[in-house]
Design a protein around this ligand. Structure first.
Ligand code: PEP
Ligand code: MN
Length: 338
């Protein structure tokens, strides 16, 4: 249910209603909008709760939330959410660009990449230290050493660090080094991990599972929001289809669809979404034209030598060209890159 407060409701009245919602055994999520404050009351509902809340001081009305996801829904918060993590701003008119290698491989590789993507206008650095690999015999990432290198790259360039956390056991460690925690496609429905990242202060980049529906993605986000972390970015990274010309199929209708359903910002990953370097830049442009709030793009000093995903990585020159074109598309849709 949404407890909609009167326009002139006082702070005391709002605090009182938060207390009432909690007394009823529900969780209260307060959303202060430009117009008025609403309190999303989520949990297991019982008869008479609605009437009981509706009679509270300063309450304009109590309305049900129709969508199965509650805090993520536009019904609760009509204004778009902007997620900010250090140098990275995503949403509500700002298009953030997260760029860097699939995996952190060495000090030289991550430092060179951080400098190059920053010079080209990226606003955050990506790089996996814990890598989810299909084969146990593939490179699994540099783990804590990789996190240290990412932190060093941030210290020099000022770029916020986005990196994946694969297990609840590692949340504390990764949260200590990273600005944004990435939950990968393979873990989108790892509910204990979603709850764990919901309990830390770091914003979260939640990637869509390769066969997850939009509703499953939004309910996964709801797990994080429900723990009290409001800073969730949704990421479309492509889904499994019968097609074989691309690694995954990148459905860009996701962007306007999600914008209708949720206030959370949407980031597009044209690297995993296509799996082919020559297709990445054009899909990045298309994503911005479709209204995306951010991009996450794989960039490597020598893609040919990458330890993972080189075939979908851009080199520095290709990234710089992509950024010049993206800047123009962003301006055409009244947004700014950076
Ligand atoms: C990645 O970003 O390198 C990654 C593993 O992505 P996904 O979880 O989308 O496969
Ligand atoms: Mn990758």
């Amino acid at each position: 249910m949404i407890v909609v407060m009167e326009r002139n409701a006082t702070d005391e009245q709002i605090a009182h209603m938060i207390g009432r919602v909690e007394e009823l055994g529900l969780k209260a999520h307060v959303i202060r909008g430009a117009e008025r404050t609403v309190i999303a009351a989520v949990g297991i509902k019982r008869e008479s709760m609605k009437e009981s809340l509706a009679s509270g001081p300063g309450v304009a009305e109590v309305v049900p939330i129709v969508a199965p996801y509650k805090v993520a829904s536009r019904e609760v918060k009509p204004d778009p959410t902007r997620v900010v993590a250090g140098s990275l701003s995503v949403g509500a008119g700002m298009v953030g660009v997260i760029a860097g290698p699939c995996s952190v491989e060495s000090e030289e590789q991550i430092m060179r990449t951080a400098r190059a993507v920053k010079a080209a206008g990226a606003t955050a650095l990506r790089g996996g230290a814990f890598k989810p690999r299909t084969s146990p015999y593939s490179f699994q990432g540099m783990k804590e050493k990789g996190l240290e290198l990412l932190a060093a790259a941030r210290a020099e360039t000022g770029l916020a660090v986005v990196t994946e956390v694969m297990s609840t056991d590692d949340v504390e460690l990764v949260a200590k080094y990273a600005d944004v925690l990435q939950v990968g496609a393979r873990n989108m429905q790892n509910y204990r991990l979603l709850e764990a990242v919901g309990k830390v202060p770091n914003p979260v980049l939640l990637k869509r599972g390769a066969s997850a529906t939009m509703e499953e993605l939004l309910l996964a986000a709801e797990y994080i929001l429900n723990e009290g972390n409001p800073n969730v970015m949704l990421c479309e990274r492509g889904i499994r289809t019968f097609e074989s010309h691309t690694r995954f199929t990148l459905p860009l209708a996701t962007v306007p669809y999600l914008h209708q359903k949720t206030h959370l910002p949407i980031v597009i990953d044209p690297s995993h979404g296509t799996g082919h370097t020559p297709l990445v830049a054009d899909m990045a442009l298309a994503a911005i034209a479709a209204g995306a709030d951010g991009l996450i793009v794989e960039v490597h000093p020598e893609p040919e030598k990458a330890m993972s995903d080189g075939y979908q990585s851009l080199d520095f020159g290709q990234f710089e060209k992509m950024m010049d074109r993206c800047r123009r598309v962003a301006a055409a849709v009244d947004k700014s890159l950076g």
